[in-house]
Ligand binder design. Structure first.
Ligand code: ES4
Ligand code: ZN
Length: 319
């Protein structure tokens, strides 16, 4: 049995496997520019974050109806359950859908229909985190939060993702302030391709309670001390970092150094359909490549519940 774990960094659109993409394309009359699933999979060779994002946004064209989103989430939850995931805090990118004419309500209600049954069907508790695309404007982020207001009962928090460099956290100060006023939790991608200064800014300007990726904090020892002291969780995604060339190989991953520095790190899959594996696969990958001891793997699993937005008593039961 895989070790029970929480997944805290997972883009639901990044769980779209080629087989489901083709099935949805056929159902919705969308033509994909690939002959078959093998040809699509062969395109999964990325030089950097942007080259991945280009494919990720293009493939979303197959997601049109609420049922499409329900099927997408069901497929993820089934795979996650098989890998020991007991709790999942799931990102979604509403702007990537509204820009194509899919209403935000279709996305949230579609995902919600799956998540409503997740405990019973898959033994997974869930939370939904609405992400703003940082390469879109601050006004667009504000309009997105506004459009989400009828659905806030389904949303735990907000996040910030997409192309990082050139889009510092401070650009989104106002929308994060509004999210806080609405009682939403706050996380942000920072320090993936962007500098350590973006991690600092996400904490100081956006009030981020958790940092997604955060690897490049290691270039700033003072920041590392602060993250360790304040127990700010970092949701690390080893397979993603290799596929997007943030690190050279799994064996070079800074995860052991991060743990040794006293950081509260967790292991996650990011976009598992694109990066070669789900949460359990990432755990197995780092165990083998980095020679992590069983106690270190247990620490990572423990961290994942500690870093989650589960209520305390719920977190204890999930373990
Ligand atoms: C993402 Cl790996 C990564 N980084 C930034 N934004 C993203 N959206 C989906 N995956
Ligand atoms: Zn991510």
């Amino acid at each position: 049995m895989p070790v029970p774990k929480a997944e805290l960094h997972l883009h639901i659109e990044g769980t779209l496997e080629p087989e489901l993409a083709f099935a949805l394309a056929a159902r919705n009359g969308v033509t994909l520019p690939y002959a078959d699933t093998d040809a699509l999979r062969a395109a999964y060779s990325f030089g950097d974050l942007q080259s991945f994002l280009d494919l990720y946004y293009n493939l979303m064209a197959v997601l049109r109806t609420a049922e499409d989103f329900t099927e997408l989430a069901d497929a993820y939850l089934e795979r996650a359950a098989a890998q020991g995931v007991r709790h999942a805090e799931i990102f979604f990118d509403p702007q990537a859908h509204t820009a194509r004419g899919v209403p935000i309500g279709t996305v949230i209600e579609g995902l919600g229909a799956s998540l409503d049954r997740a405990e019973e069907r898959y033994g997974i508790s869930t939370r939904l985190i609405l992400c703003f695309l940082r390469d879109e404007s601050a006004e667009s982020a504000l309009a997105t939060l506004d459009a989400a207001k009828p659905y806030l009962h389904r949303i735990t928090g907000v996040g910030l993702d997409s192309a990082e460099v050139g889009h510092p956290p401070a650009k989104f100060r106002e929308v994060y302030e509004e999210a806080a006023r609405l009682g939403l939790r706050r996380v942000a991608h920072a320090g993936e391709e962007g500098p350590a200064a973006y991690v600092r800014e996400a904490l100081d300007v956006l009030g981020a309670e958790r940092i997604d990726h955060g690897l490049r904090c290691m270039e700033d020892p003072e920041l590392v001390d602060r993250l360790a002291r304040e127990r700010i969780p970092l949701t690390v995604c080893p397979f993603s970092n290799v596929r997007l060339r943030v690190v050279d190989t799994l064996a070079d991953h800074p995860l052991p150094a991060m743990m040794a520095a006293g950081l509260l790190v967790t292991v996650n899959s990011d976009d598992p359909a694109y990066f070669g594996g789900y949460a359990g696969d990432n755990f197995d990958g780092i165990r083998d490549a980095l020679g992590l001891a069983p106690e270190q793997l247990r620490e990572l699993a423990r961290n994942s519940f500690r870093a989650s937005f589960l209520e305390d008593d719920e977190a204890r039961r999930a373990r």
